[in-house]
Design a protein around this ligand. Structure first.
Ligand code: FES
Length: 87
């Protein structure tokens, strides 16, 4: 877990690709970076809600409003760069 411009970011590596989510679980704010990973699915350790790390989709029910917020990632050389939009 990283904090970038005061935004907590969970970074996940799946099959050599990097993905980032806002680190606070949409349910009650637990750290997704400290969740359990199974392929491209992260499960929150507290109440076990599951999210796709690729697109943030909440996988347990069809409730798009509960999707995790994705954060754009790119790899430049040896760096993993996170794009935190400033409003
Ligand atoms: S805080 Fe993540 S499922 Fe409840």
């Amino acid at each position: 877990m990283f904090v970038v411009d005061e935004v907590p970011v969970g970074v996940f590596r799946v099959d050599g690709n990097f993905f980032a989510l806002h680190n606070e679980c949409p349910h009650a704010g637990a750290s997704l970076a400290h969740g359990l990973i199974d392929g491209d699915v992260v499960s929150c350790r507290i109440h076990h809600w599951r999210f796709c790390v690729r697109d943030g989709t909440y996988l347990d029910q069809n409730q798009p409003e509960q999707n995790a917020k994705t954060i754009p990632v790119r790899v430049v050389g040896a760096e993993v760069q996170i794009d935190i939009a400033v409003d």
